[in-house]
Design a protein around this ligand. Structure first.
Ligand SMILES: Nc1ncnc2c1ncn2[C@@H]1O[C@H](COP(=O)(O)OP(=O)(O)OP(=O)(O)O)[C@@H](O)[C@H]1O
Length: 349
């Protein structure tokens, strides 16, 4: 939470997940002034606490400014509680991108059951985070969704943009906008990053009936994306992930995601192996890719990533199914007290 240092400067910093997308004109219309890069000030009121602003609509903020009468300092906790209530009362009407129901899957070779009835609904504009102990089935869920051959679906359904995901080959799933960044990205010796990215980009463009990009056009397109990720253009000449450090591989995954302009990105431990600056760069780039009509599913063990990319929902996975869903406060509870601290919540769920 952003502290209101000399109580009170009446300034809230929205961080990378907040009002980045709102123009100055829009924020002014909402009764809010932009007072510096990424900093907002309510015209008269005093509302502090950065996470309150993240992911909120301008209308939501407008309502809040009106309610405060433009002069009342509202405690951050009270606002957080109010926000949570509003969300619970008003289910989102945004279009469902992914709907998973009762998904069960086994390891194809051994028939060992890993997914044990996963239910998950993800709508446009949402960011979901899945947390859970090692071995609870998080990566398996992501791999089953993209069609990894190690697993066999034995029950349940997964609809992606209204179509049965399991009727599609893995590459078709990718062409229609599903993207998975792997926990350990693979190296492809002999294939340059540039060629690989252009091929993947054009396959996706073709599926969307868009014209394919020639080498020069593509260079212009990808150069912009590289800049957003603070990546050296030399990356393009190297073979895919060959000799890349762990952090470089993760950045390269996000570069692929931005080039593919996926509708739904599954990011499996994108924060692992990143130094502090790289984590910020990667998270900022992911936030930059977030749009009203796409969605993100993040698998992570730590709150640090969620501090940058604020999730709409946080889920806990246990023994192959989602056993608890909450908001960012669930991740905070986990961070503070570990899985034991949330066991009573799971039992009550
Ligand atoms: N291909 C496979 N062959 C054998 N066992 C597997 C395979 N894939 C997954 N498993 C087992 O399934 C369980 C779930 O694995 P998974 O990688 O999905 O867990 P996870 O929640 O992502 O764990 P972590 O947090 O450690 O990454 C583990 O016990 C794992 O050993």
């Amino acid at each position: 939470m952003a502290s209101c240092s000399s109580c009170c400067q009446h300034v809230a910093t929205p961080g990378v997940g907040g009002f980045a997308a709102a123009s100055r004109r829009e924020t002014r219309a909402a009764g809010v002034q932009v007072v510096g890069a990424g900093r907002l000030q309510l015209k008269k009121g005093a509302v502090c606490g950065e996470e309150l602003f993240r992911g909120q609509s301008l209308q939501g903020l407008q309502r809040r400014v009106r309610r405060s009468g433009g002069s009342v300092a509202v405690s951050a906790n009270a606002l957080a509680a109010q926000l949570q209530e509003e969300r619970a009362e008003k289910p989102s009407e945004a279009r469902v991108i992914l709907e998973v129901q009762g998904l069960r899957a086994v390891v194809a070779d051994t028939r060992q059951e890993i997914l044990n009835g996963v239910d998950l609904v993800i709508r446009e504009g949402e960011v979901h985070a899945i947390m859970g102990k090692n071995g609870s089935g998080k990566s398996t869920l992501s791999k089953v969704l993209v069609g990894h051959p190690d697993y066999e679906v034995t029950g349940g359904t997964a609809m992606f943009k209204g179509e049965n995901l399991f009727d599609k080959e893995p590459e078709e799933r990718s062409h229609c906008g599903l993207f998975l960044s792997f926990q350990s990205p693979v190296e492809i010796p002999g294939v340059s990053n540039m060629d690989f990215l252009r091929m993947a980009c054009n396959a996706r463009r073709k599926a969307r009936s868009l014209e394919e990009l020639g080498p020069l056009e593509f260079y212009g397109f990808v150069a912009e994306k590289l800049g957003a990720l603070n990546m050296d253009p030399k990356f393009l000449d190297r073979n895919v992930n060959e000799g890349f450090s762990g952090g470089e591989k993760k950045r390269n995954e996000i570069l692929q995601l931005s080039v593919l302009e996926a509708d739904m990105a599954i990011l499996d431990e994108i924060d692992s192996g990143l130094d502090i600056d790289a984590l910020r760069d990667v998270a900022t780039a992911v936030v930059g890719l977030k749009k009203e009509n796409n969605a993100i599913l993040m698998i992570t063990h730590y709150q640090r990533l969620l501090d940058y990319i604020t999730p709409t929902y946080v889920h806990i996975m246990e023994e192959g199914r989602i056993v608890k869903t909450g908001d960012m406060s669930l991740a905070s509870q986990l961070e503070a007290g570990g899985y034991n601290a949330v066991q009573n919540l799971i039992a009550k769920n």
